[in-house]
Design a protein around this ligand. Sequence first.
Ligand code: AMP
Length: 654
Amino acid sequence: MSRIVGIDLGTTNSAVATVDSGIPFVIADAEGNRLTPSVVHFPEKEEPVVGHKANRVRLIKPQETVYSAKRFMGRRGADIPREEMLVTYPVRGEGGGPVTIDIHDRSLTPEDVSAEVLKKLKRDAENYFGEPVTRAVITVPAYFNDAQRNATKAAGELAGFTVERIVNEPTAAALAYGLDKLKEKTKIAVYDLGGGTFDLSILELHNGVFQVLATHGNTRLGGDDLDKSIVDFLIEKIAPNVESLNGYMVASREIDSVIKQTNDATVLALLSRIREAAEHAKIKLSSENEVEIALPFLTPEFSFSCKLTRAELENLTREIILRTRPHCLRSLSDAKLEAKDLDQVILVGGQTRMPLVRQLVSEWFGCAEFTETRGEVRLGEEYHKAKGPQLNTSQNPDEAVALGAAIQAEILSGGFKHLLLLDITPLSLGIETFGGLMNVIIPRNTTIPVKAGEMFTTAVDNQKSMLIHVLQGERERAKDNWSLGRFELEFEPAPKGVPRVGVQFEIDANGILHALARDIKTGTQKIVQMKSAVDVDDADVQKMVEESVEHAFDDLRARQWIEEKIKAGGNISATRKTMAEFASELDPEYKTQLEAAIEAVEKVLEAEEPKTKTGDPRKLKEANANLDEVTKPLADFAMDKAMEALLRKRGMIE
Ligand code: AMP
């Protein structure tokens, strides 16, 4: 089997990572860059240009360069607010239709664009390994829905990958931080502030598997907003000296809309330089207290330079960072937790390198680290235990997600045996019940590990055992699903409906299914370990799901028929038994009526079954209802007789 790489397909930047000799690392491209801007330039004739090269032409060729395509993945035009459509390239999307990007004479989908980014990462990985790389784990935000996840998978396939798994970004980050090795029941907040998006997810590690308890964020809030506030600050100083920039000041503070509206190459080139300088200064101020922003020859007559201190940057951007706080509070409240209940807060996304971000997050979550780094008091472990979580910044925040994806890829390849699989059940699991029907105990897409059970009884008198036939699949009839195994539980014979057998399925964190059946009366039980319930080929899962949709109508009809048939069997034998018991006391005319109602049911069973295999459940339902109606006086009579016998036995009547 070929190797699997881990990919962080980000809104602003993407990265590909692998694990070698147990060490996860990000693969650099030929120029030594470990992060690839998720930007694609589509020239008219040549092949698309991806990454840093595309970023360089982004402001010069704004209409032909696509960035932030991830915002549009798997979304319908109607679901996207107008302001989100505000990008410098032409985006179209109405009603229930997908979003398209028209460049030259091509109509591109967001998946096409993301596929170009993924192709570049694939080439980088292949250059590194010197062999083809065809399998990948790709990460997505925790809030991505099914359509967005499928679009991401489709992008991977377009790029020539088999997508082995789609993993939640905060889960991948937690894996990269090695948090799976912490004590059981660890609770973690993942604060992810990237270039264009923010989210705060609360995860819980339980039995070796991460579960996302809550996630909130803003898909239009990130480092770019900080850059824009610096651009505004700079333009205010530059504009009086540069005629062409005055328009920008008046038109709008939204730089993307200015870029979209103007065709003036000089303005675009100027804005491009200013924006680059702004981001550069911001990044430098994470490690220095003051920077010099120099923009020589903005016009032939004018060169610009100014100083920017960290304190000034913080003043300019504090308000933007504060906008992330309500999302932190909402996530905590959704997860029904307080900050002090968390064990760790981990930082993800390049923008979290900024000291002010770290300081504010520490304050909000009451992190122990915060007091230490500011040198106020050093209360260490005691403080941590008493007050709040630890702020964990031990990983590169812009690489953590890709590293986590690589760790997940390694787990799937059979490595890191001590780590557990993060998974869901791809297909429903259940048992065969009377009449050959599938009774689902764990529905598909349930996060594992999971435990679920149900109580069953017998359908025949004096049954001595129950056969537990374990099934996997989405079809109504047992025979159409996959059989995972059978076992038998013995118990004392009793009238039908009396024995009670509890069946419980447990899928452990390794995806192994343990099926348990217990006779409630005696406590006798059997536990049988089945094969992996999650290790199923993707194509087989898809086939099963497609078949269940295709046969939905027939399957439902079959279930209804079988259920009515079981009811018919029960009603007929109960009626016959009661009729025999009170034969001498029943009115002959009523007896004939009862015989006719039984016969009508039997006729439907005989006439319908050979014809269509399953028969028409409506006809049988009608005949059953009629039999129910006709037997009502018989049932009342039997009940009166039973009561009379009881009272006589107790000496209450003669
Ligand atoms: P990401 O989307 O995680 O790649 O993050 C990209 C964002 O992080 C961009 O806005 C960058 O300007 C920002 N960024 C990267 N490094 C730093 C740094 N050292 N200090 C502040 N911001 C940074």
